[in-house]
Design a protein around this ligand. Structure first.
Ligand SMILES: C[S@@+](CC[C@H](N)C(=O)[O-])C[C@H]1O[C@@H](n2cnc3c(N)ncnc32)[C@H](O)[C@@H]1O
Length: 272
């Protein structure tokens, strides 16, 4: 049976690589029959795309953020969102909710038992790019009517993908000596909003990831905001240190999050 190919994560996820999907497919098509290890899996989008491009390859999704828990709770989330849709009936899309409209939405959310998908609720109720992880934080926020009209669905999204959940260093150690591995390396960006991630990344954390690039095949994602490529070139030129990007190919994409800001996202790959 042909399964669906997703070009974006089936639930909201900050930092997912949906803009790079087409280029990523072209890059991994060059290397069939490999093991793909998605060290910073996030929404699992790169793992999904690797598996659908190479169905016979082993694909490991490091689900550090427990995205699969959000996926398995989609039916529950859909019921909650359907109730919110009903409560918000008659309110214009994207309009700010009044205090009483907001209160009744909060009252409904409070009735939930067990897992509540606050990230998806954030994208259904909060201003663009704002994410909360708890009821307390949600109840301090201004609400907008942004509930999607259709249900979420993730059928087949991670089928055939092996899921692990660990610090990337441990996952890396487990696979680094295995032949035919391509590491997919998409760490949290430096100096960007990481509010919906599990923890915050400093420069040292970011540089430590470079150790996974040496002597490995990889597809690495970064942006010109981190200046990491420039830093590695500088170190090589001035200290004789080895630049992990030597011999790698870079593809870029310009991103404009607002009308007067822009930066360049990069996908850098090397096959050894
Ligand atoms: C830029 S996102 C990855 C996005 C992913 N490629 C996608 O398309 O959805 C970086 C991810 O690394 C996770 N992360 C942070 N610290 C980590 C660690 N020590 N080990 C593994 N993952 C980590 C973050 O929580 C976040 O989900």
């Amino acid at each position: 049976m042909k399964t669906k190919n997703y070009s974006s994560a089936p639930l909201p996820f900050q930092g997912q690589k949906r803009r790079f999907v087409k280029q990523f497919i072209e890059v991994i098509k060059k290397r069939p029959g490999q093991v793909y290890v998605d060290l910073f899996g996030g929404s699992g989008l790169l793992s999904h795309v690797a598996k659908s491009t190479h169905p016979d390859a082993q694909v490991i999704f490091n689900d550090y953020d427990n995205f699969s828990q959000r996926l398995s709770n989609i039916p529950k989330t859909n019921i909650l969102l359907s109730d919110l849709r009903e409560l918000n009936k008659g309110i214009n899309p994207d309009a700010k909710l009044s205090d009483s409209q907001r209160e009744r939405v909060l009252k409904r959310i409070k009735q939930e038992n067990g897992f509540v998908n606050y990230i998806t609720l954030s994208s259904s109720l909060l201003f663009a790019m704002q994410y909360v992880k708890s009821f307390d934080d949600l109840s301090k926020s201004t609400f907008y009517n942004k509930v999607k009209m259709s249900d979420y669905n993730a059928d087949g999204y991670l089928s055939g993908v092996d899921i692990v959940k660990d610090d990337y260093r441990n996952v890396y150690s487990a696979f680094k000596d295995q032949p035919g591995v391509v590491f997919l390396i998409d760490p949290p960006y430096l100096s960007t909003d990481c509010s919906s991630y599990e923890n915050y990344w400093r420069l040292k954390d970011y540089l430590d990831v470079m150790l996974c690039l040496y002597d490995n095949s990889y597809v690495y994602f970064t942006s010109n905001k981190s200046n990491i490529v420039e830093l590695c070139e500088w170190i090589e030129t001035n200290t004789g240190g080895k630049n992990p990007f030597n011999g790698a190919v870079t593809q870029t994409m310009s991103v404009s999050p607002t009308y007067n800001t822009s930066y360049t996202d990069m996908m850098i790959y090397k096959y050894i």
